[in-house]
Design a binder for this molecule. Sequence first.
Ligand code: MEV
Length: 332
Amino acid sequence: MKNKITVSAPGKLMLLGEHAVVYDHPCLVTAVDQRMKATVTLLDSFDLEIEAPDVKVVGYKKPMVELSMGDIPKGAQFVEIAVRNLLESDSGKTRIMNGEIHGIRIETSSEFSSLFGFGSSSASTVCVIKALSELLDLRLNNKAIFQLAYQTVLDIQGKGSGFDVAAAIYGGTLYFVTGGKVIEPLDMKSLPILVGYSGIKADTVILINQVAKKAKKYPDVVEGIYGIIEQLVERAKVAILEKDWQTAGELMNLNQGLLESLGVSTDKLSQMIYGVREGGAFGAKLSGAGGGDCIVAFSPEDKREEIKKNIEKAGGQVLDIDSNVEGVRVEE
Ligand code: MEV
């Protein structure tokens, strides 16, 4: 049996539908070519070891019997809880009883900063579950990997739709409904996207709670907004499949207006978005929870340079990324 494997998974970028997707509505998400990598080794010793220098976890080691107990450093939480969830699953338990698993060493590294909001925690969770599935010959399919990884996200964050986990597993561009009720890959080649980073790290859980507070005070209004966001997502799905970027861009603009009304945009994001639109983009909006992170735009080829300048003028950083890339894969 192989005792070491390296697996990689892509980051994600929300195209349309954030926040509404937490509450049983669809979204559109694309996988980006900035990947998270995990090398997993089965050890003879009975320890869990994690090295994740990108998130300040160095030399972390504990006995396997203490898995998921005590204080876990923030950067190690997703990886450690992913290991626990896999080992507590039916197939994982059998392997423990057969004495096939003693200890596990996990080393992660990322091609992107965890500040961008590309979903580094979800991507590393997916990498670890896929790697252990391969090493222990558990033959987990994508749906089973999704369930374990989504459970891990919920165990730690309490909230979330799982769209980031799906993007890391399936790759491509997905039409996704809360909790993986629908995971539909869109048959398309590429998206004319441009991405700008605001320089501010957003806290997804805080923003979800902020919107939940609004929904508690104005339940009908906020549910109405989610309903319109759903319509925008449905139309954008068709527009994207037809490569009608003008319409897809206009739908992004409408989605941004609704995110503004939910209170999750910021001055900086709005300035970047207006700059991008003035530069000739088909449309632009914030991407993800809001409060910071990135904006995403659809842009005509001949306007890209102008738009990039405008992102910088508004104090943002252009991120050169490709979208619609391959999902989780074994590297070596
Ligand atoms: C955060 O990137 C997007 C949200 O919709 C949360 C989620 O879907 O898990 C706000």
